[in-house]
Design a protein around this ligand. Structure first.
Ligand SMILES: Cc1cc2nc3c(=O)[nH]c(=O)nc-3n(C[C@H](O)[C@H](O)[C@H](O)COP(=O)(O)OP(=O)(O)OC[C@H]3O[C@@H](n4cnc5c(N)ncnc54)[C@H](O)[C@@H]3O)c2cc1C
Length: 248
């Protein structure tokens, strides 16, 4: 197998045009390739500056999970910190997790940030949303978002070999003249459900944080299908987030 390490987007594009298979840390593909045979040509984005950026509002697709720190919003940092073991996090990448894995612990965090993705295709770089990334599995160059006012993430403990553990992520976005916007994403099994509501401007006396009103509104979104136990985790997190308490 020939591994190409492009240092520019143009070079990376050429690799794709030649049919190179994207590779991150190989934590998922290695075993399959050993079993089924290695591809002739692979491309890693680890030498490409855009795919390696970690910042307040950007995260590269080739960034290794253990490099994700307090520069990014809490929800993303906490999500990365809960993936697998330390050894996995030292090797696995953002692109491998969001595009290439089935668990995708980073996906709920990216969804509540309303992140946009920059993807590389053989005809150039395009910007798209996460639903298209999940559906079409393009090469992920980087994620971009606007810094939220606050965010939170919780992953329940899982059992080895069992169902994926429940993940609840949320972020509160400044409304800039409009009411603030609350986004919540829940991974229940392998499904990821999302709900968005405005933080009630007219929550009324005794409801300063607007949490009850926001939770009622979220019940009318896809999150309304959640089982009771999952909903209780959502309730606790949203209440804490809107009260200004970090919940994780
Ligand atoms: C022991 C163990 C525990 C784990 N626990 C968790 C967990 O708790 N939560 C969780 O979410 N995941 C978990 N995982 C899965 C983990 O997220 C993936 O192994 C990892 O994210 C894959 O990243 P990678 O860079 O190694 O991908 P690779 O193995 O290199 O690639 C995997 C797939 O992604 C594609 N790919 C890689 N980079 C890109 C890119 N930039 N754009 C598009 N496609 C790309 C590859 O072509 C391939 O199809 C676990 C894995 C292991 C081995």
């Amino acid at each position: 197998m020939l591994l190409r390490l492009p240092t520019s987007v143009t070079e990376a594009q050429e690799c794709l045009a030649e049919g190179a298979v994207p590779i991150g840390g190989a934590t998922l593909v290695w075993a399959a390739w050993q079993r089924d045979g290695f591809p002739g040509l692979a491309v890693s984005l680890r030498e490409l500056p855009e795919a390696n950026a970690v910042g307040r509002e950007t995260l590269g697709g080739a960034v290794v999970l253990h490099r994700i720190d307090a520069r990014v919003p809490d929800v993303l940092r906490l999500a990365a910190a809960t993936v697998g073991t330390g050894a996995v996090r030292r090797t696995a990448t953002v692109g491998g997790n969001i595009v290439g894995s089935t668990l995708r612990c980073l996906l709920p965090a990216a969804l509540v940030l309303d992140a946009r993705a920059r993807i590389l295709e053989s005809d150039g770089v395009h910007e798209t949303d996460l639903s298209e990334v999940v559906a079409k599995r393009p090469v992920l160059l980087s994620l971009h978002w606007r810094t939220p006012m606050a965010s939170a993430y919780r992953k329940l403990p899982g059992e080895a070999g069992g169902e994926p553990p429940l993940v609840v992520a949320s972020a509160l976005h400044a409304g800039e003249g409009e009411p603030d916007r609350l986004r919540v994403a829940v991974r229940d099994g392998y499904d990821v459900l999302t709900g968005t509501t405005l933080r009630g401007a007219d929550a009324g006396p005794g409801a300063e944080t607007g949490a009850e009103q926001a939770l009622d509104a979220l019940r009318d979104t896809a999150l309304g299908e959640l089982p009771r136990a999952a909903w209780d985790v959502v309730r606790t997190q949203v209440t804490g987030l809107l009260a200004g308490r970090a919940a994780h």
